[in-house]
Design a protein. Sequence first.
Length: 174
Amino acid sequence: MIRAKVISSNDAKNQLRLALSASIGVLACFIIIGFLGLNFPVALLFAPLGATAILVFGVPESVLAQPRHVICGHLIAFVVSFGFLSIIVQSGLDSQIMRIVFTAFAISSSLFIMYVGKVIHPPAGATAFIVMESHGYSEATTLLAPIIAGSLLIIGIAVLLNRKLAKIQYPKYW
């Protein structure tokens, strides 16, 4: 017979405090990112950053949520997918079938480089996908600012809130 572990009231209170802290962190990040984006010609709200924020605030002790993984993962995915996008644009082979094939290559190549570099960050797969779905160089390059700014802002807020509100050490390492 398997018995379920009963959570003590201290554990339940701690879980509630951590959940509230994580939710406040995500809320603060996207309000700030959204309002900062009002002053830029390009929107700073970038879908993969939602998944990044969930990792950083929801499971801050995870290797996948550490700053090096967040920043390097997104940058690797951007650079790799921009390279594949360049091949499509330069070769004149821009078709739906080529986009599908090259998007798959961009995501898998990004993962390979993240894996070898020991900086896996799953939301970066979405970064590669979005860059590949852009309509050429100019649109793709406008994605770099939201990736960097958003990643840095999420990490900065996470450092403050996780230490002050959640009372946990974040990051575990840089």
